[in-house]
Write a protein that binds this ligand. Structure first.
Ligand code: NAD
Length: 248
């Protein structure tokens, strides 16, 4: 079987951990050159250090500032002499608290990273692809969450941000279709990554009880779906929200 993203350049945010890191691994296995970006540069460098193939790049990037995203894209374009055409928005945070108690700061911060951060990357990436004339076959994959659809106690900020990511994805798919850029969202449930390390065991067990497959997912199980969406094998999938939840 041939590599499904051979010769493509892939830009991944939140690449230093969890789903972003697994996505870098699978896209590299499938033949892409990977630009691993993260707020934590050391973690991004660690990701690229064990990727298959050569010519990968690790960069520091805070997705929540548009200017920061734009200058990082310029660096990528200079390095590879063309912009990436696979974009995976995996950077994300939680600041959980009950709606009656949550601070304005914690509400804003989650929206700023998860929703505005996705906007910043989507806008910058699409502009770069269109300007360079390489948009045909472009694929953007945004990490939403099943929580954006069903809500969750203690996650009013997170659930709202992830519902926003689905709406942004649908709109971007409508606006970018004429340029040949597909935009899709992936909605995982409980995936074993550092993000859920702080979730109490009791809550994790409650979720596992509700999942028909009776286990948490692995980051690679989300990354395989992302790689499919990044590739031409999903060439008519656009504006979709793909659940990766074990059936939750
Ligand atoms: P993680 O915490 O393991 O990794 C997130 C990465 O994002 C970290 O490396 C972190 O440094 C980086 N990051 C945080 N703020 C950033 C910023 N402002 N700019 C750039 N990078 C930043 O999380 P994960 O579990 O791999 O989650 C990845 C994505 O998947 C997130 O968007 C998350 O909301 C979503 N998701 C995760 C789960 C799950 O159960 N783990 C479920 C549904 C959706």
């Amino acid at each position: 079987m041939s590599n499904i993203v051979a010769g493509k350049i892939a830009f991944v945010t939140g690449a230093g951990s969890g789903i972003g890191k697994a996505t870098c691994r699978i896209l590299a296995r499938e033949g892409a050159k990977v630009i691993a970006t993260d707020k934590n540069l050391k973690a991004a460098e660690q990701t690229t250090s064990f990727l298959e193939g050569s010519g990968h790049l690790a960069l520091e990037l805070d997705v929540s500032e548009l200017g920061n995203v734009e200058s990082t894209f310029k660096k990528c374009q200079q390095h590879f002499s063309k912009p990436p055409t696979i974009i995976v928005n995996s950077a994300g945070i939680t600041r959980d608290n009950f709606l009656l108690k949550i601070s304005e700061e914690d509400f804003d911060e989650v929206l700023k990273v998860n929703l505005k951060g996705t906007f910043c990357t989507v806008r910058t990436a699409a502009n770069a692809m269109i300007e360079a004339g390489v948009s045909e076959g472009g694929s953007i994959i945004n990490l939403s969450s099943i929580i954006g659809k069903i809500g969750n106690i203690g996650q009013c900020n997170y659930s709202a941000s992830k519902a926003g990511v689905v709406a942004l994805t649908r709109t971007a798919a409508m606006e970018f279709g004429k340029f040949g850029i597909r935009v899709n969202a992936v909605l995982p449930a409980t995936i074993e990554t550092p993000m859920i390390a702080c979730v109490p065991d009791k809550v994790k067990e409650m979720f596992i009880g509700m999942i028909p497959l009776k286990r948490m997912g692995k980051p690679e199980e989300v990354a395989e779906v992302i790689a499919f969406l990044a590739s031409e094998r999903s060439s008519y999938v656009n504006g979709a929200s793909i659940e990766v939840t074990g059936g939750l």
